[in-house]
Design a protein around this ligand. Sequence first.
Ligand SMILES: *Cc1c(COP(=O)(O)O)cnc(C)c1O
Length: 372
Amino acid sequence: MAQLVGESVPPARSGTGTVPVARPVIGEAEIAAAVRVLRSGSVVQGPEVAAFEREFAELVDGRHCVAVNSGTSALQLALTALGIGPGDEVVVPSFSFAATANAVRLVGAEPVFADIDPDSFCLDPAAVLAAIGPRTAALLPVHLYGHPAAMAELTRLAARGGLAVVEDACQAHGATLDGRPVGSFGAAGCFSFYPTKNMHALEGGMVTVADPALARKLRLLRNQGMEQPYRNEIVGANLRMTDVSAAVGRVQLGRLPGATEGRRANAAVLDRELAGTGLRTPPVAPGARHVYHQYTVRVPGQREEFRRELAAAGVGTEVYYPVPIHRLPPFPGRWELPETERAAAEVVALPVHPTLSEAELALVVEAVRRAV
Ligand SMILES: *Cc1c(COP(=O)(O)O)cnc(C)c1O
């Protein structure tokens, strides 16, 4: 569970004496926004949600935005609205958070796992091509760690095969490829506002689409299939966002440009200071604007010793993800995914979040240099 911070922004160093890998901000502005909504009495899918959707559209080239209660709901809703269900296959990376594949299963379709590019940690288009079969209905690339997937190649493959593209942009708010934002490439883009993401809304998600008819379908599906009260048109779920979440999300959206610059500046320091140590720092593809949800290095062979040394020096680390999805019990099957297996065995995330102080960042650099 995420550790939430109640102090004003930026929050003080955590009490454990350890530099954490994530430090969600709940500052005075977020608290004031939440209180304002609670006092207003309009607390679910009201004016704050509408304003959040309007403002978020600026991040995704003016697309229609439909707010929901989580990133997983966003993925599930997007797949459902695109008509993907039983009998369909969806090509996904195994090297991701399980939510990516869970969403496919939750709509009754089957995830087909494709291997990743070892530099970007995102789907390898050649592996995706090999995974496409007669039942493939969609591609579901993940912009992992904040690095955009190879969207030019993937959208070309999808167009050739008549496949939908749903982007899992849950870790990549504000990332771009050749100047174009993630969440604006596929038929649908899906974002998460969980506290540890690049921006949050306590909990929440957003689906971004170009097609107004698809936007209307998403709005129906998230709210019992009704647009007018008690005139239910289709079967829908309740995936609504609260206005408290939306109000917090709007404050966080305002913080996003500065927070992203903070992440990128911290990553630039790590790139520079760790160059020549033998550690493999995260490469960035040409044309990609990485937003460093995570700063992920590779430590072949001695990852746990490396992490222990950092912990002893007061530097928190995390492994995203130690078990690839295809190795989890709900997803049995025989898959050949060597780059996924290698990444799962080698990756370590270092603190890169924008509330790191200069002293904390220097501590991370010193500790990593000593440990390698
Ligand atoms: C966080 C995340 C999700 C799910 O988002 P929730 O808001 O936690 O439901 C899906 N995919 C990826 C890659 C994520 O990081």
